[in-house]
Design a protein around this ligand. Structure first.
Ligand code: FES
Length: 75
């Protein structure tokens, strides 16, 4: 499993799982979306479903950004 660290306007904005909530294929970036190659589910860059069959959003991880580091809380 991997995570995407999303940048918006050059700043880190979100961390989301790359695992599709339908049947677990890895989603891939596609412009302003993530798209699942298996059955076509599409998510916004902050993980919301815009096209099924995915039943729910990509899990998001809490993020702290400072000048020196990023902290990503995995649970
Ligand atoms: Fe992603 Fe089915 S596994 S749409």
């Amino acid at each position: 499993e991997s995570l995407y660290v999303v940048r918006t306007d050059g700043r880190v904005s979100d961390v989301v799982s790359s695992t599709c909530t339908h049947l677990g294929c890895p989603v891939r970036p596609a412009g302003q979306f993530f798209r699942c190659p298996c059955h076509g589910s599409t998510y916004t860059l902050d993980g919301q479903v815009v096209r099924g069959p995915a039943p729910k959003s990509l899990p998001r991880y809490e993020l702290t950004v400072t000048e020196e580091y990023l902290e990503i809380r995995l649970s």
